[in-house]
Write a protein of this length. Sequence first.
Length: 103
Amino acid sequence: MGRPGDQPATVHLCIVTIEPPRTFSFRWLHPAGAAAGEHNSLLVEFTLTPEGGHTRLGLAESGLSQIDWPKEQKAAYAAQNSKGWDIHLAHLRDCAEGQKEGQ
């Protein structure tokens, strides 16, 4: 994932959990060549929960406080990335709604 509006990007992820159809999580932004862990990467967790006739998507990204980055870099990342998730989740919602309409 790149910045919103940028060209598509490839990033290296370390899958942590796959429990279809409820949970998927991965770690990312770990240093090249290093194994992803709680002190050098961020954990992104997606959960799906049935709610009536719909499904609620939960998203949590954690671990920023444990990464050894300067305070300014952490603040910039948090500001930029929260906007990025808003855009990516809106796109995901639009895709899901399009599939629902096509049924």
